[in-house]
Unconditional design. Structure first.
Length: 339
């Protein structure tokens, strides 16, 4: 490949993530996970076997450098590192590059096999999607795993959750990934209800805390109308520019049994426009009231107690301390719960 034909050399040095005398690191244009990076030799060579000993040493040194950066910024749970050599192995750019792919618990149902399949469905970015709908059945596929993946996907800077009730056990499942989304600038809206007073006051207390810590990023509203049942369950992820979307609609409330244990069905799709329109209609309905202590399911005393308990826990830099255990940093330490 002539030097001028390499897309990697078209990336300006100002966008490099790291570099040394023989190579540089750039973000992958088609990442299979947040933080997916490429280590590229400055010299245009097609394969690893053409690289000199010095180039190989420098390439591997940059793998270590970008790994440390990703550990500090994204805290992944593992890595896949490797390269494709030749068209038969899937190489599509004739300029050697090493993939450094951060992996996160929940980014696929069963990661065993590692580089044998990396992340199914994301390898061939040149092939149009052939399955616009997917069944999430709570058995072979858990909605929690899809939620974690979407919350960590840098394409999605808008997160809209519409559920009949929220339980602290459900927030525990996604807490770490939710903070990751907020850290990268995503906007989160939650619309729930006080219908049948099922929604958990402790969960609402946590949402209130997040709204106070990040007032421009987190908003919760409570649909209040004793005469009207409220049973929608939808998880909507989209980009502000409309370039990407993932949606899940089904029977799953935001609880541990709803997203990570019970037999619940949801349909996943990559089209969000009609769902976002419907969400906006409910969000702007006068019966959808901003979450305050007074609107929190009619349980202000329980809410205040739960909030006081949360504030007695560890904090870091003004934000809720991130957990170190549970499903991949996704247990918030809110305590045991029943659904």
């Amino acid at each position: 490949m002539p030097d001028g034909d390499s897309p990697f050399l078209a990336v300006p040095a100002s966008e490099w993530l790291a570099s040394n005398r023989s190579a540089f690191v750039i973000a992958d244009r088609f990442p299979v996970s947040p933080g997916h990076a490429l280590v590229v030799p400055r010299r245009v060579i097609a394969t690893w076997w053409e690289a000199s000993e010095q180039e190989r040493t420098d390439l591997l040194a940059l793998v270590d450098v970008i790994k440390r950066q990703l550990d500090a910024e994204l805290r992944p749970d593992g890595y896949n590192v490797g390269f494709n050599d030749g068209a038969a192995a899937g190489q599509t750019v004739g300029h050697l590059h090493l993939h450094v792919i951060p992996r996160y618990r929940g980014d696929m149902l069963d990661p065993r096999g590692g580089v044998r399949h990396v992340i199914p469905g994301k390898g061939n970015y040149l092939r149009p999607a052939t399955e616009p709908y997917a069944l999430v059945d709570g058995q072979d596929r858990l909605l929690r795993d899809d939620l974690l993946r979407c919350l960590r996907d840098p394409r999605f800077d808008r997160v809209d959750l519409l559920v009949s009730f929220v339980m602290k056990s459900g927030l525990e499942q996604i807490h770490g990934a939710l903070l990751d989304a907020l850290d990268r600038g995503a906007k989160v809206r939650v619309l729930t209800t006080d219908y049948l007073t099922v929604t958990d006051a402790d969960a609402l207390a946590r949402l209130l805390d997040l709204a106070e810590e990040r007032p421009d990023a987190v908003t919760t509203r409570v649909f209040h109308d004793p005469a009207t049942s409220f049973h929608p369950k939808a998880y909507l992820f989209s980009s502000a520019d409309g370039s990407a979307a993932a949606t899940f609609v089904g029977s799953n409330n935001l609880s541990a049994s709803g997203i990570a244990g019970g037999i619940e069905w949801a349909i996943g799709a990559n089209q969000a426009a009609p769902l976002l329109t419907a969400f906006e209609r409910l969000w702007s309905d006068p019966r959808s009231q901003p979450l305050t202590h007074e609107t929190a399911c009619g349980l202000p005393s329980a809410l205040a107690a739960g909030r006081a308990h949360r504030r007695g826990g560890a904090r870091a830099g003004g934000h809720a301390a991130r957990p170190s255990t549970g499903p991949a940093r996704d247990a918030s330490g809110l305590g045991a719960d029943t659904d």
